[in-house]
Design a protein around this ligand. Structure first.
Ligand code: MRU
Length: 326
C-alpha cells in the first residue's frame, strides 16, 4: 500500500484514531483513544508527536472530555502536562475549550491543518532550487501534522511542481524520527532521499552537497527564535558557516507571540533511557548518567526565512501579535 493515511482523526461515537508512530517503519497500525487519559498516554509515549499533530490532538482531547463528561479544566490541565515545548498543543486545547461544539471544532482543526500545510508548501516550494538537495532533521511531514507536512510539505510541494528535490534525511538521535518516519514518508511519496547519521551534516555541507536546510518548529518566539528537535541549532550554525540557507517551515499556530525570545521556551526533558538504549537494546554501561533534552533553540539570527501558510517571513521577525492564546 502507498499513500499516507490521516495521522489523527475523529471517529463518530467518540474515538480519536491515530497512526501508532511507535510501530513505524515496521508496521502501519492505529491506536485508539476513547478517554483523555488514553490520549495523554499516546502523546507522552510518542504514538502521536510533531507540533501541528499535537495541536489537533489537544483539540480532540477537549472533544473527548466533552463526550465522556469529564470536567474540561481538569482535562485541559492533564493534556497540557504531557509535553511542554510544542505550543500547538496549548493552542489546540484552548481552541477546543472555548468552542461551543468541541467535537466540530476538533474535526475542523484537523482538516484546516492539512489545508494550511498545502498553502505553506506552495509558498515554500520556490525556495528549493530545481534539482535542489535539501537537508532535513526529525520528522516534519504528514505524520507530524494531521496531514501533508510542513518542512516535508515544502519538499512535497516542490516535488509536485516538478522541481525534482532530493532529501538528506538526518536519522535524528535519540528517537530516530528521521530514520523511522521521514524516510518512511519519502518512500511512500516516491521522493528520493538518503538517510545519514546526524553527524554527517558537516561533511555534506563542506562538500557542497546541500543546497538548503528545511526544518519544522515546535515553538517560535516573537523575535523569531525557533525551538525544534535537538540538533537543529547545530545545523543552523553549520549552514551559516557554509553560506547555506536555513529555512523553518511552520504554521502560525506554532508562533507564540507571548514568548519574547527563545530563552522563555520550556524545553522538554525526556527519559535518559532514550539515550542509553534503543528498541530494548542497551547501548551504554548500566547506570551511566545521560541527559535527554528533546529540543534546542536556534537564534533568529541564523534563520534565513520562516515559511508559513500566510507567506514567507524574512528577518527581522516581529511576531508579537501572532498566535496569541487567549
Ligand atoms: O519529539 P517530536 O517528535 O514531537 O519532535 C518533533 C519535532 O521536533 C518537529 O520538527 C516539529 O514538531 C515540527 S513538526 C511539523
Amino acid at each position: 500500500m502507498t499513500g499516507i493515511p490521516p495521522t489523527i482523526e475523529w471517529l463518530e461515537g467518540g474515538t480519536v484514531r491515530m497512526i501508532d508512530q511507535r510501530l513505524l517503519p515496521g508496521r502501519l497500525a492505529f491506536v485508539d483513544a476513547r478517554t483523555v487519559d488514553e490520549l495523554c498516554d499516546a502523546i507522552r509515549t510518542l504514538a502521536i508527536r510533531g507540533a501541528p499533530a499535537l495541536g489537533v490532538a489537544g483539540a480532540m482531547g477537549m472533544a473527548l472530555a466533552a463526550v465522556t463528561g469529564e470536567p474540561p479544566d481538569d482535562a485541559a490541565h492533564r493534556l497540557l502536562a504531557t509535553r511542554p515545548t510544542a505550543v500547538n498543543l496549548a493552542w489546540g486545547v484552548a481552541r477546543g475549550r472555548r468552542a461551543e461544539d468541541p467535537v466540530a471544532e476538533a474535526v475542523r482543526l484537523a482538516s484546516d491543518d492539512v489545508a494550511r500545510n498545502r498553502r505553506l508548501g506552495a509558498h515554500g516550494a520556490p525556495l528549493i532550487p530545481v534539482g535542489g538537495r535539501v537537508l532535513t532533521h526529525c520528522n516534519a511531514g504528514a505524520l507530524a501534522c494531521a496531514g501533508y507536512g510542513t518542512a516535508l510539505g515544502v519538499v512535497r510541494a516542490a516535488h509536485e511542481a516538478g522541481r525534482r528535490p532530493t532529501v538528506w534525511v538526518d536519522e535524528t538521535r535519540p528517537v530516530l524520527q528521521g530514520a523511522r518516519l521521514t524516510a518512511w514518508e519519502l518512500d511512500r511519496l516516491g521522493i528520493p532521499g538518503r538517510l545519514v547519521a546526524d553527524v554527517m551534516a558537516g561533511p555534506l555541507m563542506a562538500g557542497g552537497e546541500v543546497d538548503c536546510v528545511i526544518v519544522g518548529a515546535d515553538r517560535i518566539a516573537a523575535n523569531g527564535d525557533v525551538a525544534n528537535k535537538v540538533g537543529t541549532y547545530g545545523l543552523a550554525v553549520l549552514a551559516r558557516y557554509h553560506g547555506i540557507p536555513f529555512y523553518v517551515a511552520a504554521p502560525l499556530s506554532t508562533v507564540d507571540g507571548q514568548c519574547p525570545t527563545g530563552a522563555s521556551i520550556p524545553i522538554e526533558r525526556r527519559s535518559p533511557a532514550e539515550v542509553t538504549s534503543f528498541g530494548g537494546l542497551v547501548t551504554a554501561p548500566a547506570g551511566f548518567p545521560a541527559e535527554n533534552r528533546a529540543f534546542d533553540v536556534t537564534p533568529a539570527a541564523l534563520v534565513t526565512a520562516i515559511v508559513t501558510e500566510a507567506g514567507v517571513l524574512r528577518p527581522p521577525f516581529a511576531l508579537q501579535s501572532v498566535g496569541v492564546i487567549s
